[in-house]
Design a protein around this ligand. Structure first.
Ligand code: AMP
Ligand code: TRP
Length: 376
């Protein structure tokens, strides 16, 4: 019964999403003639966040908030701390352990229930890395060289970047496809990686003449798919920004949240009454988007209430809302972090549940590829 209602909801989700555009230039294009929709896949949600540094408001509004609603929309959802991805840039081992548990605490405190969803740490489910290798052999150098996240993270000295950072999107495709996941909620910045995931699935299906991996749909929706820096409304809010004032961390207390919002960049004009009036005002737009996403309202609904107000009046409203929504989460995170053994138990249970899904999919992949397996 649960599965059935999941299917109906998922079909609704599917139709609410536009088609995923193909990259404009492809050095080695993915085959276009693959039959992509013959097989019906059980709706299954997968998403991941890197346990590198702490969670911030961008992660919460762009990703986690959506994870929470989606766990009730489909029968199965899997949420992952992608520690293998995190080490594509240097991580201090102790800090990595701390961040992994803190991220798990952040998921649970935000409303992801280990009873409804499968919560895992990537390295505890070895099939991710195993399928990742197969996909390293499917993805083309030309595809990987177009990835903007690699260019951003590697910076000017790309020769010094790790090979893992370059291969990162093939492992990400494996994270998703080792579950035959059909929907992946993420922020805007991950769109290109999800296009690549579809290209890898299509090329695998085409090369081996199968219809085995689904064409996963990205779910990029809501008022805050791209939360911007509080210091510069044209830059993404990010954990790697050297200025702590540029972001609201999920562990910030009420005073720091209020202070950061008070100091947030805005402008001297009054707020408009319609979204159109925010077009050339990135800082103003960002603060309104954040308000709308926190309040579960549309931008137009927010502006209908606050249009005409100055930032001096709007910022305290935003700050009160942010504190009301985020403090219970940070309090619960701190409580969960006081018992790390319990978090470890949740992740261990999640890994067992996950492997029931991933092991057969990996075995079938090995069969398709022609790996000789022991007779059972
Ligand atoms: P990361 O912290 O890079 O592992 O990102 C984890 C998730 O949060 C991904 O789905 C990202 O797309 C999302 N995310 C990260 N930064 C932002 C942001 N500034 N606005 C919206 N979503 C974001
Ligand atoms: N690349 C994502 C990020 O940087 C994290 C990630 C890894 C992910 N594997 C994933 C997201 C699979 C969604 C699905 O945010």
């Amino acid at each position: 019964m649960r599965r059935r209602s999941g299917l109906v909801k998922s079909e609704r989700l599917l139709t609410s999403l536009g088609p995923v555009g193909k990259p404009e230039t492809q050095i080695c294009p993915a085959p276009k003639d693959t039959k992509m929709t013959e097989t019906t896949f059980t709706p299954r949600v997968f998403s991941g966040i890197q346990p590198s540094g702490g969670l911030h408001l961008g992660n919460y509004l762009g990703a986690i908030k959506r994870f929470v609603t989606m766990q009730d929309e489909v029968a199965e959802s899997v949420y992952c701390m992608v520690d293998l991805h995190a080490i594509t840039v240097w991580q201090d081992p102790k800090a990595l352990q701390h961040s992994t548990r803190e991220l798990a605490a952040g998921f649970i405190a935000s409303g992801i229930s280990p009873e409804k969803s499968i919560l895992i740490n990537q390295s505890q489910v070895p099939e991710h890395a195993q399928l990742g290798w197969i996909f390293n052999c499917v993805a083309r150098m030309g595809w990987m060289q177009r990835m903007t996240q690699f260019k951003d993270k590697a910076g000017k000295n790309s020769q010094a970047a790790s090979l893992g950072l370059f291969a990162y999107p093939a492992l990400m495709a494996a994270d998703i496809l080792v579950y035959h996941a059909t929907h992946v909620p993420v922020g805007e910045d991950q769109k290109q990686h999800l296009e690549l995931t579809r290209d890898i699935a299509a090329k695998f299906n085409h090369d081996y003449g199968v219809d085995f991996f689904p064409m996963t749909e990205p779910v990029i929706e809501g008022a805050a798919t791209r939360v911007m820096s509080l210091r510069d409304g044209t830059k993404k809010m990010s954990k790697s920004d050297p200025s702590d004032a540029s972001r609201i961390n999920m562990t910030d207390d009420a005073d720091s949240i209020a202070k950061k919002i008070r100091k947030a960049k805005s402008d001297a004009d009054a707020l408009p009454s319609e979204a159109k009036g925010l077009e050339d005002r990135p800082d103003a737009r960002n603060l309104i988007n954040i308000y709308a996403a926190l309040a579960d309202m549309t931008v137009d609904q927010v502006l209908a209430d606050v249009g005409g107000k100055q930032f001096g009046e709007f910022k305290p409203m935003l700050s009160d809302l942010a504190v009301a929504k985020l403090s219970p989460i940070s309090t619960e995170m701190a409580r969960l972090m006081s018992d790390p053994a319990e978090i470890d138990r949740v992740l261990a249970k999640g890994a067992l549940q996950a492997r029931e899904i991933t092991a057969p999919i990996l075995q079938k992949t090995y069969d398709i590829v022609g790996m000789v397996r022991p007779a059972i």
